[in-house]
Design a protein around this ligand. Structure first.
Ligand code: CA
Length: 225
């Protein structure tokens, strides 16, 4: 998942972004609203984690602005305000879920997975199946013809993006945006090709189709070797 975290508390922001990165997500963490606002306009995030108590403009004000501006992204609100009225206000303004501080990383990760399942219409399906391929987004485990496949974090993230968009051709830039966050510097120019090569080798040659001049698409999940 590519996630945006807006949290001004340095320790909590560091812990959440670090922990979610370790679980294989791509995370951009901001400590104030304006840069997060700019990032949201140009980046295809899967979900937003939003703290309410922010310096300057309050998180609920940002949420209202973004929803009025047409932002359809799932939003999980972090709040120290545990009164019922404030939770209801957040949900009414367009939050999809909320957690009350202190935050447990594992619970946050599980709620994000549940939000994504609902957003992609896989609410009843914990495991994603594509032909002979099975992928469990909770454990990040991949099985091919009932045998486990060892993938790196980026290979897993790439497979997840392809499985999430089974009918679409994805450009190189669209895929790279899902694999690399802003903090890590520019990836090597052939990084994507290398990850795709590894996916084809470890799973099946036909799993990723090259669409000349356009990008890549999920191919047939059956052995065509
Ligand atoms: Ca705060």
């Amino acid at each position: 998942m590519r996630l945006l975290i807006l949290e001004d508390d340095p320790q909590l922001g560091e812990a959440l972004s670090g922990g979610l990165r370790q679980q294989g997500h791509v995370v951009d963490w901001f400590t104030s609203g304006p840069p997060a606002d700019a990032a949201l306009r140009g980046t295809p995030y899967d979900a937003l984690v939003l703290d309410l108590g922010l310096p300057g403009t309050d998180g609920l004000v940002w949420l209202r602005r973004w929803r009025q501006g047409g932002l359809a992204l799932p939003v999980l609100v972090l709040t120290a305000r545990d009164t019922l009225e404030q939770r209801i206000e957040g949900l009414d303004l367009g939050a999809d879920d909320y957690l009350i501080k202190p935050i447990a990383l594992d619970e946050l990760a599980a709620r994000l997975r549940a939000m994504l399942r609902r957003a992609t219409g896989r609410a009843t399906q914990a495991e994603w199946v594509h032909g002979d391929l099975r992928y469990d987004p909770a454990s990040k485990q991949v099985r091919w013809k009932d045998k486990p496949v060892e993938l790196t974090g980026r290979e897993t993230a790439l497979l997840e993006v392809l499985l999430k968009n089974p009918q679409r051709v994805l450009s190189k830039n669209q895929l790279l945006e899902q694999l690399y966050d802003w903090g890590g510097g520019e990836p090597e120019s052939n990084a994507l090709e290398v990850h795709i090569h590894h996916l084809r080798r470890k799973i099946a040659p036909g799993l990723v189709r090259t669409i000349r001049g356009l990008g890549y698409a999920l191919g047939a999940a059956e052995d065509q070797a």
